[in-house]
Design a protein around this ligand. Structure first.
Ligand code: SF4
Ligand code: SF4
Length: 422
């Protein structure tokens, strides 16, 4: 019932005005900027950077130049401020939090207390982690406090590859992480609990694509509920690790076999295509950039918000526009502020006037599918057709994803018969 009321207010805002009548459906909170790993594919703590250019891409350079306050060594969110934020979020109807930030959340000195505080308030809570700071006590604590999800970045099917992807680890790290994930599974089993659901995340690059079957075996070994394969985003510093077209074809050719294997273990396997899915159509990316937001608005300003460890409020992961700072103002005042409303308005006007804020990478937007699903749900009488081959969620996949953080299982290629085409 509370979800329905929240959705109703949300839709009212999206359809009628530039204002929000309720809080975001979910938020990402970065409680830590620091990380104990250096991963080849990381935007924030990359392995390969030159001395004169410490950023992996032009977008990250822009991000960090706009946020000089970010400190990668000791940037942890203040616990008192976090508690205030949790109260605010709850009071405006938000019920889902993801602890995802620019670093490893378990490095926060009060991590266990943070989980306790958020869960005590009744939020649905997920964390994205490299799992290196799990240990049997912490596993027990997470199970006892009903954490809902753990997304563990593993990125390798073998110890040697792990060491090459997650650099600055040691040779035992891989075994230790797997052993702790096994412990977590055992604790859940012994207490008769299904949560936290465990998702293993594998970013696919030239270093590990040949180990996909082993990665699925690892999922079985540690009792994972889901596995996600994501193609690595080839930032400027790691272009040489991107799969060649032939390797992509080989990998894609094996997808049915990967699916079959995962299914035989009872694991839900999700494969996220590369941005623009260049395997199927090299021109797709450009086509997307030019066309999607000339037909639909971006609704992010109603359903999501991102809060950095320092307290900056940002509308989405690819938009550096700062809406406010919770050290100076309460979150709810920032969320309902004129500035946020103006942002919503400019995103809503996209179809008439594509004028993205200078500091938003809307031309590389990864949330177009969510925005298109919302648009088609709100305009069910005249839905748009995404370009050929584009994957689209159904609203029945999207809602559990939004409220419960579940993956959009089985997003499929849509071939609408009616509706106008992009
Ligand atoms: S564990 Fe995550 S945050 Fe840390 S370096 Fe690797 S990708 Fe980056
Ligand atoms: S990057 Fe995408 S989700 Fe973010 S503001 Fe731009 S269009 Fe919206």
């Amino acid at each position: 019932m509370k979800h329905l009321l929240h959705s109703f207010k949300l839709v009212a805002g999206m359809m009628t005005t530039k204002s929000a009548y309720t809080g975001p459906l979910w938020v990402q909170i970065g409680i830590s900027n620091a990380c104990n790993h250096r991963c080849i594919m990381c935007w924030d703590h990359p392995t390969y950077v030159s001395e004169n250019n410490p950023y992996p891409s032009a977008t990250s350079r822009r991000y960090y130049q706009m946020h000089p306050e970010i400190d990668h060594t000791k940037g942890f969110m203040d616990l008192g401020k976090l508690e205030e934020l949790i109260v605010d979020l709850y009071s405006i109807g938000t019920r889902r939090i993801e602890l995802v930030g620019r670093g490893e959340p378990m490095m926060h000195p009060q991590f266990d207390q943070i989980v306790e505080t958020i869960k005590r308030r009744g939020f649905n809570l997920g964390i994205a982690t490299n799992a290196s700071l799990l240990n049997p006590d912490r596993c027990e604590h997470l199970v006892d406090h009903d954490l809902d999800r753990i997304v563990a970045s593993i990125d390798a099917g073998s110890r040697d590859t792990y060491y090459r992807v997650h650099t600055r680890t040691n040779i035992e790290s891989f075994d230790r992480i797997l052993s702790n994930l096994r412990v977590l599974h055992q604790i859940k089993k012994s207490k008769g609990k299904k949560e936290p659901q465990v998702m293993l995340s594998f970013v696919i690059s030239r270093l590990n694509y040949h180990e996909a079957f082993e990665m699925i075996d690892l999922g079985k070994d540690v009792g994972a509920d889901q596995i996600v394969f994501k193609y690595m985003v080839p930032y400027e510093n790691i272009k040489f690790l991107e799969l060649t077209e032939e390797e992509k074809r080989n990998f894609s050719g094996q997808l049915p076999a990967f699916m079959k294997k995962a299914e035989s273990y009872g694991i839900d396997l999700k494969i996220e295509p590369p941005i623009g899915d260049t395997t199927t159509n090299p021109k797709l990316y450009h086509k997307k950039t030019e066309t999607v937001y000339s037909r639909i608005p971006c609704y992010i300003g109603w359903y999501f918000s991102l809060i950095t460890a320092e307290g900056s409020i940002i509308p989405c992961c690819q938009c550096m526009e700062k809406m406010g700072d919770f050290r100076e103002q309460r979150f709810r005042d920032i969320w309902y502020s004129k500035r946020y409303s103006n942002f919503r308005m400019s995103m809503k006007r996209f179809p008439e006037h594509y004028d993205r804020p200078t500091n938003c990478a809307c031309d590389k937007c990864a949330l177009d599918k969510i925005n298109a699903t919302i648009y088609n749900t709100l305009h069910f009488f005249n839905p748009i057709q995404l370009f050929e081959g584009q994957r689209e969620f159904s609203v029945f996949q999207l809602l559990p994803a939004i409220f419960k953080g579940k993956t959009t299982k089985g997003a499929k290629v849509v071939n609408r018969k009616s509706g106008s085409s992009l």
